[in-house]
Design a protein around this ligand. Structure first.
Ligand code: SAH
Ligand code: MG
Length: 206
């Protein structure tokens, strides 16, 4: 019989991982953003998820609850120490079979990927978001969804803010929004939840 249910998670261990990340100021997914993503994952029933930006594995562990049919998450992290901590956390949660950490820069790793994903979660260097979108579109399944976290970046993206040292990030986030909302093949929503979440799907042709 096929396993249709997702992974069972030890919530106590998960909240310890979360607290440690918060204490160390690691920018893990915000609770209200996670709530929205949870609902999307329940609906999509993903078999394959791609995450760009693992940090210590918190979001990947949360998402693994919703994998079906022995699905898998591939998650990319370029910071060696964080990647190692993520691998440790995944082991602690007994999720080694479900979550695969790819160590390295997503800019180099993404072009080597060829299999399609049902869900692609973009949560890494903001200056690279337009490139991540381009690669995500290449790797997205027909029924899939691309989620981009921090798309409103503390409100900078929608204000006339452009002087700060973060202006490259802001410019690239604006470019992501312009490209994902302007693409005639995509349906894109920008939610003001958490630090901003962009949700893109292929437009249905009926
Ligand atoms: N998704 C995580 C948080 C990720 S924080 C969670 O919610 O729990 C963003 C992470 O992206 C950081 O750990 C950073 O090291 C990583 N990152 C930034 N740019 C990257 C790149 N180009 N390739 C791979 N990882 C990157
Ligand atoms: Mg984020």
């Amino acid at each position: 019989m096929k396993i249709l249910q997702g992974n069972n998670i030890n919530e106590e261990k998960l909240s310890m991982i979360k607290q440690k990340a918060l204490d160390e100021h690691i920018p893990i997914i915000m609770d209200d953003t996670l709530e929205v993503v949870d609902k999307i994952l329940v609906e999509i029933k993903p078999k394959r998820i791609l995450e760009i930006g693992t940090a210590v594995g918190y979001s990947a562990i949360c998402f693994s609850k919703y994998l079906i049919n022995e699905g898998r998450i591939d998650t990319i992290e370029r910071d060696e120490q964080r990647a190692e901590e993520a691998i440790e956390n995944i082991k602690k949660m007994k999720l080694e079979k479900s979550i695969n950490v790819l160590k390295g820069d997503a800019v180099e790793i993404l072009p080597t990927l060829t299999e399609k994903y049902d869900v692609i979660f973009i949560d890494a260097a903001k200056g690279k978001y337009p490139f991540f979108l381009q690669e995500a579109l290449r790797l997205l399944d027909e029924e899939g969804v691309i989620l981009a976290d921090n798309i409103l970046y503390k409100g900078y993206v929608m204000s006339d803010y452009n002087k700060h040292k973060q202006r490259t990030a802001v410019r690239n986030l604006r470019e992501y929004i312009a490209e994902s909302t302007g693409n005639p093949d995509l349906e894109t929503e920008i939610l003001e939840v958490g630090d901003g979440l962009a949700i893109s799907k292929w437009k249905k042709i009926s």
